[in-house]
Design a protein around this ligand. Structure first.
Ligand code: SAM
Length: 341
């Protein structure tokens, strides 16, 4: 965590000022240390360069923790399946299994092989138009960021970064932009940190674990926020999320979104049961942002045919995405969000 982030941070619980005790710094990076809130005394560690700003009050379903440990345990118990998953020619595996192979390889630090498995998997998991729609949003965001920073240096905070689909392109396709990679799963951050060290991009990445519903940033401190389907993965949190975005944002949020058709009642019910309904549909997403005093505009909308993602053939019950439930037409777009004037 770069020392210059310290000035942007506050206690995510109560908004209090943080008192920092730094144990290890190398080349302006805080590697080990602790921030203590001078108001509520909550403490937030920095471990191996990752600032952990999680608060105990918010429920947190860390799927990375769950999937990774399930996968590791499963493969340990079933060496025959591990042999098939890792030893078979990549092309012979189903797309979901190619993806799981990528996850296992990345966990083991075999990044080149993992990249190959993920690239191959994506072709089989998603329709061509779905992938083109996604890529068009990434291009749109990068173009906008380059314009914003005039091709020079800038800091972007990415929310719910997960597998870093967008961050990865920002880092690899621009030269001056630094990104704060964030997620409420420290596990996924540790994994991405190791990957970007391997890529030689570590000096343009910062890692903060926090919940989007309680961000550790000061008011008006972030001029460029991004997220790639991140808002849409936050359970039961639309109201808190939009309030937090409105509080920290001084410039623009570029939120890549994938919206479901408004009339799809079955999907709506299912998303509601997961607490994911509000950001899954364009009308309610824009409404939530507007209620928080934000001006939100849909840009670059592209309708794409989408199919349910395939299941694993080797690991019973394992799949990729929970949605769509059936063949449908989804809308990829980028929601450009600013404070209302
Ligand atoms: C499927 S990913 C979104 C895709 C990702 N942005 C990418 O570029 O590949 C969703 C991520 O959101 C994270 N997440 C879910 N709820 C969150 C929350 N309330 N605060 C922060 N991260 C959250 C999950 O851990 C997961 O990594």
């Amino acid at each position: 965590m770069h020392c210059d982030l310290v000035d942007m941070l506050q206690c995510p619980s109560c908004g209090g000022t943080l008192f920092w005790q730094v144990q290890r710094v190398e080349r302006h990076q805080i590697l080990e240390g602790e921030a203590r809130c001078t108001n509520c005394s909550a403490t937030y560690p920095v471990k191996d360069g990752i600032g952990i700003f999680l608060t105990p009050d918010l429920p947190r379903e860390d799927l990375w923790e769950a999937v990774d440990s399930h996968l590791t345990r499963f493969l340990k118990e079933r060496p025959d399946i591990e042999e098939k998953l890792l030893g078979s020619p990549l092309q012979s595996l189903s797309p979901a299994d190619q993806h799981f192979r990528g996850m296992v390889l990345a966990e083991r630090g075999l990044y080149r092989e993992a990249e190959e498995a993920f690239a191959q998997a994506s072709v089989g998991i998603y329709t061509d138009e779905y992938r083109r729609g996604s890529r068009a949003q990434i291009d749109f965001v990068i173009h906008r960021l380059k314009h914003r920073f005039l091709g020079g240096e800038g800091l972007v905070v990415d929310l719910a970064s997960g597998m870093c689909t967008l961050v990865d392109a920002i880092l690899k396709e621009t030269s001056g932009i630094r990104t704060v990679i964030s997620d409420f799963s420290p596990r996924v951050l540790r994994r991405q940190k190791a990957y970007y060290r391997w890529c030689g991009l570590a000096d343009r990445t910062e890692f903060l674990a926090f919940d989007v519903r309680k961000m550790p940033f000061k008011n008006n401190s972030i001029s460029a926020l991004t997220t790639y389907v991140g808002l849409q993965n936050i359970q039961d949190g639309a109201n808190e999320t939009v309030k937090e975005v409105a509080r920290v944002l001084s410039g623009e949020l570029l939120a890549v979104c994938l919206f479901h058709p408004e009339h799809d009642v079955e999907t709506r019910e299912c998303l509601r049961s997961y607490g994911l309904e509000e950001f899954a549909f364009e009308a309610s997403a824009l409404d939530a942002l507007s209620r928080a005093g934000l001006d939100a505009r849909v840009e670059n909308a592209i309708a794409v045919r989408a199919l349910p993602t395939p299941k694993s053939r080797l690991i019973e019950g394992a799949g990729i995405d929970a949605f769509p439930l059936k063949e449908t037409v989804l809308e990829w777009c980028t929601v450009v969000v600013k404070r209302k004037q």
